[in-house]
Design a protein around this ligand. Structure first.
Ligand code: SF4
Length: 159
């Protein structure tokens, strides 16, 4: 149970992250913070080969293009499936906090994913609104979070 009295669960599903060491680094930061705040942690798997297969042919797309839409769909579909399987009624994503992501596309992917599961719904919240972005930077500083310099997949690594 979190401090706010909400029973929250964290699902870290990011087969897009390359390389595996980077995946582990990001995952461990999230799971450590989740445990610190009493959130449940849902088991997930890391299958980068499956992700590579899903974006085949879209490797040279720019960030924000068609590859990212496939990437959002895959991660949110698995999140919706996991939420339904775990009896979670509402799920959201941190994907939309980044100003580099198209929030409408992220939320559309969430709604599409949730539509397959009648027992769970997607919360299309705008985390950037109000104090959201400021709070993200404050927490990041307080916790001394690792700040990556690329989105996650091999195609987004700066050359
Ligand atoms: S740039 Fe980011 S959102 Fe786009 S495909 Fe790569 S990991 Fe996914």
């Amino acid at each position: 149970m979190t401090r706010s009295g909400i029973r929250a669960a964290v699902f870290f599903f990011n087969p897009n992250i390359h390389p595996a060491e980077e995946y582990i680094r990001r995952r461990d930061e999230v799971l450590f913070y989740a445990a610190k705040h009493g959130a449940d942690i849902l088991p997930s798997r890391y299958d980068p080969d499956q992700w590579d297969e899903a974006v085949k042919g879209l490797e040279t797309e720019p960030e924000g293009g068609a590859r990212c839409r496939v990437c959002f769909d895959g991660r949110l579909e698995e999140s919706a499936r996991k939420a339904a399987e775990s009896g979670i009624k509402v799920f959201a994503t941190t994907l939309g906090i980044s100003r580099r992501k198209n929030l409408d596309e992220v939320n559309a992917a969430g709604v599409r994913a949730a539509s397959k599961y009648p027992t769970t719904e997607y919360w299309a919240i705008n985390w950037r609104k109000g104090p959201g972005t400021r709070r993200m930077h404050e927490i990041s500083k307080e916790e001394n979070f690792y700040r990556q310099n690329y989105c996650g997949c091999r195609h987004s690594i700066p050359s």
